[in-house]
Design a protein around this ligand. Structure first.
Ligand SMILES: CC(C)(COP(=O)(O)OP(=O)(O)OC[C@H]1O[C@@H](n2cnc3c(N)ncnc32)[C@H](O)[C@@H]1OP(=O)(O)O)[C@@H](O)C(=O)NCCC(=O)NCCS
Length: 215
């Protein structure tokens, strides 16, 4: 499996923050210069691997249960979400389709982000780790990977709960749409966009970093 990127942490002693150097690179050629940013101490972000699938499946399920209460998903919608989106098959297929990164705290996977082209297709943080900066660092990692792919705009959709989070990340709500398929078909989604600076002249690299599905 090609290594596609990562976070290098160099701890700043005596503070509760660390400077992380994040870079993304293709299978052969190193990518652009690293960019410095602050991340909360103790969060490590790395490309998702096949071994993460079980942890990710659990996180996705916990997040759907968390969202169901807040968004008012019906029991039938929840049953379909769990059946269709929380299976090893679906997560494995998503891994093959998306460029994925996971966040770890104390060596445990606590969050995942999946991008497809310039779209942040999935972002889930384990509910007991919300509001600790995990979502931010995953979003920023996705943003950088999208910029490294040569894109000048990031897109994302949400059932609503996360719209404020994405706006906090600098995205702007640009409209609404109905979910076209899947367990939440017909559900209103909020669409957001964020302008970004492309960091590569080699053009979009949506396929870089996909991992082999596990069957
Ligand atoms: C949305 C989600 C990814 C945010 O992750 P998180 O780790 O809690 O986010 P962070 O701790 O990095 O929060 C960053 C900032 O956004 C704010 N924020 C977090 N969730 C928010 C929300 N739902 N609405 C408004 N603001 C929010 C935080 O208060 C924080 O603000 P601050 O910098 O002023 O302190 C997480 O709540 C989640 O996984 N939710 C369930 C799944 C989901 O909704 N995914 C998105 C589907 S499209």
């Amino acid at each position: 499996m090609p290594c596609v990127g990562g976070i290098r942490n160099s701890w700043t002693h005596g503070t509760d923050k660390a400077i992380a150097r994040c870079w993304a690179f293709g299978a052969v050629q190193p990518g652009p210069e690293p960019v410095s940013r602050e991340v909360p101490v103790g969060i490590i972000v790395r490309p998702m691997e096949a071994d993460d699938i079980t942890s990710v499946r659990r996180i996705v399920r916990e997040c759907y249960e968390f969202l169901a209460e807040r968004e008012g998903f019906s029991q039938e919608q929840m049953a379909r979400l769990v059946e269709e989106r929380c299976s090893d098959d679906w997560i494995g297929e998503a891994c093959a389709r998306y460029q994925g990164f996971v966040a770890l705290v104390d060596q445990a996977v606590v969050g995942v982000v999946g991008i497809e082209g310039n779209d942040v297709a999935e972002l889930f943080v384990r509910p007991d780790h919300h509001c600790r900066g995990v979502g931010s660092i995953l979003f920023e990692t996705a943003e950088q990977a999208i910029a490294d792919g040569g894109h000048s705009e990031l897109t994302v959709r949400t059932t609503g709960y996360a719209a404020g989070f994405y706006e906090r990340m600098g995205a702007q709500t640009v409209g609404k749409m109905r979910c076209p398929h899947g367990p939440l078909v017909g559900w209103e989604l909020t669409c957001l966009r964020k302008s970004i600076s492309p960091r590569s002249s080699s053009g979009p690299t949506g396929a870089v970093g996909r991992i082999d599905p596990v069957r």
